[in-house]
Design a protein around this ligand. Structure first.
Ligand code: DQA
Length: 141
C-alpha cells in the first residue's frame, strides 16, 4: 500500500518553539517533535514539514500541495485570526486541512477566539500541545 502524503504547515513564530514562551508552548522544538512523528508514522505516512513567517509563502505552499496531497495539518499561528487570504487558499484547494493550535486559544486573549480558517477546515484541534499535530495526522488514516 502506498503511503499517504501529509504535510504539516506552521506559520509565523512557530520556528521558535522550544524557546518561545515555553510556559504556553512547551520546551520541545518542532524539529525534535517532527522526528518523533516521522518515526511513529514511518510505515503509513510520507510526512513533510514546512514553516514560514510569511503569509504569501504559506499560501504558495498550500497551492503547491493542495491538489495532490492527502492532508494539510495547518497551524497558521497568528494568521489564523487575521488572514482571509489563507482561509481562501484552504477553500481553493482539494486537499482537506485540519486546523491545529498548540495552546487553548479560548483560555487566552479574546482576539485569539476567532479563526478565519475554521469554516474551511475539516476539523480543529486546540489545546493539546504538540500532540495536537499527531491527532490531526490520525484524522487522515
Ligand atoms: C497558536 C495560537 C495563536 O493565537 C498564536 O498566534 C500562535 C500559536 C497555537 O498554536 O496555540 O502563534 O496558533
Amino acid at each position: 500500500m502506498s503511503k499517504k502524503k501529509i504535510i504539516i504547515i506552521n506559520g509565523p513564530n512557530l520556528n521558535l518553539l522550544g524557546r518561545r514562551e515555553p510556559e504556553i508552548y512547551g520546551h520541545q522544538t518542532f524539529e525534535q517533535y517532527f522526528e518523533v512523528l516521522k518515526d511513529k508514522y514511518a510505515n503509513t505516512v510520507d510526512l513533510e514539514y514546512f514553516q514560514s513567517n510569511h503569509e504569501g509563502a504559506l499560501i504558495d505552499k498550500i497551492h503547491e500541495v493542495g491538489f495532490s496531497y492527502e492532508g494539510i495539518v495547518l497551524n497558521a499561528g497568528a494568521f489564523t485570526h487575521s488572514s482571509i487570504a489563507i482561509a481562501d487558499a484552504i477553500a481553493a484547494v482539494k486537499t482537506p486541512a485540519v486546523e491545529v493550535h498548540i495552546s487553548n486559544v479560548y483560555a487566552r486573549e479574546e482576539f485569539r477566539h476567532h479563526s478565519f480558517l475554521s469554516k474551511n477546515s475539516i476539523g480543529i484541534i486546540i489545546g493539546f500541545g504538540l500532540r495536537g499535530y499527531d491527532f490531526a495526522i490520525q484524522t487522515y488514516l
